[in-house]
Design a protein around this ligand. Structure first.
Ligand code: AVJ
Length: 318
């Protein structure tokens, strides 16, 4: 199936992994599609917009923490580390860290090569003396990092509470894979969102302007665009739920009426009130976060939070 024309006029084939995840996810009960598929071009733009919303506190809170702790982090990690970022460098968080600790090299790792190359160019221009080595890979598995930085001790950087997208079991596996990839003497700087009242958490994922709703609904539009879908978008609504038992905000696409549709020529049906589970955003209390790090093979050595205790940044050693 051809994708609709991209904004730059090129056509490309839909990602076979996207097709497989969507088809399997719609067949499974409860229905669930992995959150990574939110981030096509439009989804990435909508996510950038989310980070500016008044209700969405995580990004601005983490940026405030990172801008305050630079000297402390630098003192604790020592000289000459290479920074390895899991996920492509974001426009504000990465420069903050690079400026504060002046690493020997910077290795952004991402599965999306296009995004990776674009953000690496911007960073290389901004830090002309920094060795920037973009690395296209799936960081969920242990990796062999570029030989150029083989001898430098590493600082892993995993901001944004991205680990919250994973179940604790998957998060533990990822932390262990990171430890294996980063090697002897590694350290890790990681952001995790804290547990707080549902009346703060739910609006952060269901904002008044409807941007998060558009972000969630874009997944259905992407299915229609890229997988020959006939999903009736108007038969679904965005839903954000706090699952207290599992300490996570869940996003769902909930059917408002019975509907039938095709994806990739296969027929599907959904009844009013049933949903497609599209994202988990796990939240960690202070002790929960330390236990998760230890379970993943890391020893916490320092932690910082904002005055309201909304978000936390942890430094850990292998
Ligand atoms: C990028 C996974 C950290 O869970 O808060 C924001 C994604 N989803 N609003 C989060 C997201 C809806 C975000 N992470």
């Amino acid at each position: 199936m051809l994708k609709q024309d991209d904004a730059d006029g090129t056509r490309s084939f839909a990602d076979p992994a996207f097709r497989a995840d969507v088809l399997a996810g719609l067949e499974r009960r409860p229905r669930a599609i992995p959150a990574r598929w939110f981030y096509d071009r439009r989804g990435s733009e909508l996510f950038e917009h989310i980070t500016d919303l008044p209700e969405y506190y995580p990004t601005r809170t983490e940026v405030a923490i990172l801008s305050r702790i630079g000297d402390d982090v630098r003192a604790r990690i020592g000289e000459g580390r290479a920074v390895v970022e899991f996920g492509s460098g974001s426009s504000t968080k990465t420069p903050l860290l690079l400026e504060a600790i002046a690493p020997s090299a910077y290795v952004p790792i991402d599965i999306s090569g296009d995004f990776l190359r674009a953000s690496s160019k911007v960073l290389a221009a901004r830090f002309p003396n920094l060795l920037v080595l973009p690395f296209e890979a799936d960081f969920m598995r242990p990796l062999t990092l570029p030989r150029t930085i083989a001898d430098a001790p590493k600082l892993g950087f995993f901001p944004g509470s991205t680990i919250g997208n994973m179940t604790p079991a998957m998060a533990t596996d990822l932390l262990r894979a990171m430890k294996a990839s980063l090697g002897e003497g590694a350290m890790l700087l990681i952001g995790m969102d804290r547990i707080k009242d549902a009346d703060v958490l739910v609006p952060a994922y269901d904002d008044a302007a409807g941007v998060t709703a558009a972000f969630n609904m874009n997944l259905l539009e992407r299915i229609n665009r890229e997988l020959d879908g006939t999903v009736p978008i108007d038969a679904f609504r965005h839903e954000a739920r706090w699952n207290d038992d599992r300490a996570r905000v869940e996003m769902h696409l909930t059917a408002t009426r019975d509907a039938t549709f095709d994806v990739d020529k296969r027929p599907f049906a959904i009844a009013a009130g049933e949903s497609i589970h599209t994202e988990n955003s796990h939240k960690y209390g202070a002790r929960d976060a330390r236990i998760l790090l230890r379970a993943g093979g890391w020893t916490p050595v320092a932690e910082w939070t904002d005055p309201d205790g909304l978000f936390a940044v942890y430094l850990a050693e292998a």
